[in-house]
Design a protein around this ligand. Structure first.
Ligand code: SF4
Length: 475
């Protein structure tokens, strides 16, 4: 597997030079480039024209459902979520999602099966056991799950109880993802969470008692109050609890988009050096305990399916993180949900009321999107390979789209040269065409998002990093 660098001892000059803002590339083009000006009719036509059959088989889909409600708003939250204001809100919202599901089912035609189902938000658990059961049953009817379909759900463990877990297992969830962020009481208090520290252990004990062990933890680095000592204690606690997977995300401080985050500015926040130190510690401590890094921000136990997929170059990155099923059409249901199919991205309306009105008028609730041309698809393939495999064959990628790599990437390769000179990327390949294969070096693994940015044609490369202010820090 990939050997990561000692992140705590990177050359400080290198860190200073590449400490920039940039996208996280859960899609390409990234969501800020989806436009309300997109031709929605063309978008819907592309959705209808999505290739449903390959080699005689109907292609399965991946379905994501966004539930925007939470019991309270966490100060670091970067998701499209709102604090619940009446107990009926989630179930009324569910009625609209089910109506939207029927519209999508009609658009895509019969026979599409589900390879993946993911519920996220917000907190899907606000639908409670009854709503979740209703939702899963309706989804199963519309998109009959494959025998080996994955079903995952994001959970706020502190707003989850044993009876809800029982319901999730009974309706066939295969992966539960706990939004932990940190175990340190002081850190949690600062971000607006006041939790009982015994909760996670109790819930895991219950799941394991039922023979279920596929639980993933989401952690976050860069929160106020985090120090080397607190982070070490959090990692120790993680090891005691032993989740099957972990994702460690950098806190994205973007108060111009998420005004509630301003409340955190009264605290000192870890800088890029400290964040790298936290990642370094995570790599060391988790590695010593048998966890293997996957992609830029995930870890899994050595026998996990993600590790196998990484080894076989089957990893895929999307809005839910890394997954093992590449190339699926993604149908997004619910406010702000993003669909990815038919060489197009389409994002739903973010305003719940307008979303409801649109669905009740029997229209898909699309608000913005982007139609991909061949160059977008090529660049998406390049960026995806860099994020999932840490290498890309530019020649093979360009040829798939009938292009010559030297012409297609002439400007990109010029922009890439300083990163090659700094030892972040190696260029090789055979014969006269040498240079078409890019490999991220061990040191370069700390800067993968910056390498991806080189190939992003929507960024203003001539402008300084200040103009990329709308993005979060890459380190
Ligand atoms: S529970 Fe998750 S989605 Fe809800 S406010 Fe907190 S971080 Fe955001």
């Amino acid at each position: 597997m990939t050997q990561w660098p000692d992140l705590a001892n990177l050359d400080p000059e290198l860190v200073a030079r590449y400490d920039k803002r940039g996208p996280r590339y859960t899609s390409y083009p990234t969501a800020p480039h989806f436009s309300p000006e997109v031709d929605l009719e063309e978008l819907e036509q592309r959705i209808r024209g999505t290739s449903t059959v390959s080699e005689g088989e109907v292609l399965p889909v991946s379905v994501y459902v966004h539930v925007p409600y939470c019991r309270r708003k966490c100060l670091y939250c970067g998701c499209h979520s709102v604090a619940i204001c009446s107990e009926n809100q989630p179930s009324e919202y569910l009625d609209v999602v089910l109506a939207e599901l029927a519209l999508w089912h009609k658009q895509l035609g019969p026979g599409r099966r589900a390879a993946q189902l993911a519920l996220g938000g917000g907190s899907p658990a606000t639908l409670e056991a009854e709503g979740l059961t209703r939702l899963v049953r309706a989804l199963d009817e519309a998109f009959v799950p494959l025998d080996d379909a994955e079903r995952s759900i994001e959970l706020d463990p502190y707003r989850t109880d044993e009876s809800l877990l029982d319901c999730l297992l009974d309706v066939g969830f295969t992966k539960l993802s706990f939004g932990i962020q940190d175990f340190e009481p002081d850190v949690l208090n600062k971000v607006g969470r006041h939790e009982d520290p015994t909760t996670v252990e109790r819930l895991l004990g219950h799941l394991r008692g039922r023979g279920f062990d596929t639980v993933s933890f989401d952690l976050m680095v860069g929160l106020p109050g985090q120090t080397d000592e607190t982070w070490a204690r959090t990692l120790d606690r993680v090891l005691e609890l032993g989740p099957s997977r972990l994702a460690i995300f950098p806190y994205a401080h973007v108060p111009w988009m998420m005004p509630h985050q301003k409340a955190l500015e009264r605290y000192e926040m870890p800088d890029s050096d400290q964040r790298l130190g936290f990642y370094a510690m995570a790599h060391r401590i988790l590695g010593e305990s048998g966890y293997v890094p996957v992609g830029i921000d995930h870890f899994a136990k050595a026998d996990d399916e993600l590790i196998v997929a990484a080894r076989e170059h089957r990893l895929h990155r999307n809005f839910m993180g890394y997954t093992t099923r590449p190339g699926l059409d993604l149908v997004g249901l619910g406010v702000s949900a993003i669909s990815d199919l038919g060489a197009a991205y389409a994002q739903n309306l973010k305003d719940t009321e307008v979303y409801r009105e649109r669905v009740e008028a029997r229209h898909l609730a699309l608000e913005r999107g982007i139609l991909l041309d061949a160059e977008d698809e090529l660049r998406r393939a390049v960026i995806m390979s860099l994020l999932c495999n840490f290498w890309v064959d530019l020649d093979a990628s360009a040829r798939r789209f009938g292009l010559d790599w030297r012409t297609a990437f002439a400007e990109d390769l010029e922009r890439l040269q300083p990163l090659v000179d700094d030892g972040l990327v190696e260029r090789d390949g055979l014969g006269e065409e040498a240079g078409y294969r890019l490999t991220i070096t061990t040191v370069g693994l700390a800067f993968v998002r910056l390498v991806c940015m080189i190939f992003d044609r929507y960024l203003d490369h001539a402008a300084g990093p200040e103009t990329k202010q709308r993005y979060s820090r890459t380190l």
